[in-house]
Design a protein around this ligand. Structure first.
Ligand code: HEM
Length: 412
């Protein structure tokens, strides 16, 4: 006799994991998975019931992110999407962030020249001025009552700097910053955020037309001259790339500024060291981007053919999530990985905060230069800068999303 009973199958754990309440530390599941070799490459369950593989070890993450048998093309079946909105967006025409090479490299090269280390070094005086001006403005407003450092300082910095690179007229900065804030600050409704998105795309559409008539020395003009007018890109592509460069790192940059403030306030001895020796700003920023990985869900792929990673067979069409937040805390690569230490001895191991391999953040030198500029002046100018609320009362981003704070009330 056959039984109608079928044993319930045990689903792999739900992903994203949840951070501890009121904590900026990675979810504890990452450390648990890292400590069990049989779970270094194991399945998780996403919102839509799909069960991609999660990689938690530094080496497996690096191996996966340089493997061109794993694809970033989000319209491939099996690509792990994190939400229904993401799944819908995956059907849009992609920019290079969602392409595989050779198309990926072809398009990435169109912008890469403006973000090399040398190019960014030449921009440092401008970056420092943007930071100094924003700090002056915040100080001028005074701190009779707590000031939100996000609103008064951090939010504007990445925007103003990328506008300069893109070539938007100065007279439009306030308009653009307010639209961009509506998109990213989380307090807007979905329809306000989507209107702001559309207005920004329309704005860039008009700006591309303008740059066709009056080119200048900026990224949009470069794309117009070298790609649009030569037939390599359509106008829509130029608009999408400009938009990508505006939005890709904006919220993350803001969060990394906030997290840098928190890291220094949490470690007054290291803050004192930094104030005494300004050359420590570089190792501080490296440690910050290792310790707090504020963009940890971008590193997702789908296998184009059967691939073995960390001894686990991943079949064609199966998804892979490289947990960079976990890899950056891998004890086998970073001793005392859960300790924030700007004096840490650094080897060649990548911190993974900017990803790894061909899709590694195209603007990482810009991001470092912005963070270095901020942490070369912020506490030096305001040595009494402190939280205006208890740390445990800070409003954090939702516990299954990328780490960050929604507001950072301070006094000085
Ligand atoms: C501290 C700030 C930043 C962090 C932590 C960060 C993090 C990342 C990460 C993890 C990736 C890799 C995605 C992957 O492997 O699929 C990435 C890619 C990218 N980032 Fe950033 N980013 C930052 C700032 C920026 C800024 C300021 C910009 C723009 C001006 C930017 C533009 C991009 C673009 C266009 C890509 C796609 C590169 C490609 O696919 O070839 N990022 N970023």
């Amino acid at each position: 006799m056959t039984s109608a009973f079928t044993a319930p199958s045990i689903l792999p754990p739900l992903f994203p994991f949840t951070r501890q309440s009121r904590s900026l530390e990675p979810p504890i599941e990452y450390a648990q998975l890292r400590s069990d070799p049989s779970k270094h490459v194991s399945r998780v369950t996403l919102w839509d019931g799909s069960t991609p593989f999660l990689l938690v070890k530094h080496q497996d993450i690096c191996d996966a992110l340089v493997d061109d048998r794993l694809s970033k093309e989000r319209n491939r079946p099996g690509f792990p999407e994190m939400s229904a909105g993401g799944k819908a967006a995956a059907q849009n025409k992609p920019t290079f962030v969602d392409m595989d090479s050779p198309a990926h490299m072809n398009q990435r090269r169109m912008v890469e020249g403006l973000f090399t280390k040398e190019q960014i070094d030449s921009q440092r005086p401008h970056i420092q001025k943007v930071v100094a001006d924003q700090l002056d403005e915040m100080i001028k407003k005074g701190c009779d009552k707590p000031v939100d450092l996000v609103e008064a300082f951090a939010l504007a910095i990445p925007s103003y700097i990328i506008y300069g690179i893109l070539g938007t007229p100065n007279s439009d900065l306030k308009y653009l910053t307010s639209k961009n804030a509506t998109r990213t600050n989380g307090s807007a409704t979905a329809s306000e955020a989507s209107n702001a998105n559309k207005e920004l795309l329309d704005y860039f559409g008009a700006l591309v037309e303008e740059k066709m008539k009056n080119p200048a020395d900026d990224l949009i003009s470069k794309l117009v001259q070298e790609q649009l007018l030569t037939g390599h890109l359509a106008k829509e592509d130029v608009v999408q790339i400009a938009f990508l460069m505006l939005v890709a790192g904006n919220a993350t940059m803001v969060n990394m500024i906030n997290l840098g403030v928190i890291a220094l306030l949490d470690h007054p001895d290291q803050l004192r060291d930094l104030l005494q020796d300004p050359s420590l700003v570089k190792p501080f920023v490296e440690e910050l981007c290792r310790y707090y990985v504020a963009s940890s869900f971008a590193t997702r792929r789908v296998a184009k053919v059967d691939v073995t990673i960390g001894g686990q067979l991943i079949k064609a069409g199966e998804g892979v999530i490289a947990a960079t937040q976990s890899g950056s805390r891998d004890e086998s690569v970073f001793p005392n990985a859960d300790v924030f230490d700007l004096h840490r001895q650094r080897g060649i191991e990548a911190g993974l905060g900017f990803g790894y391999g061909p899709h590694e953040c195209v603007a990482e030198w810009l991001a470092r230069a912005e963070l270095e500029s901020v942490f070369s002046v912020l506490f030096q100018t305001l040595p009494n800068l402190r939280l205006a609320v208890k740390k445990e009362d800070l409003e954090l981003t939702p516990s299954t999303k990328d780490i960050g704070v929604v507001a950072l009330p301070v006094l000085w």
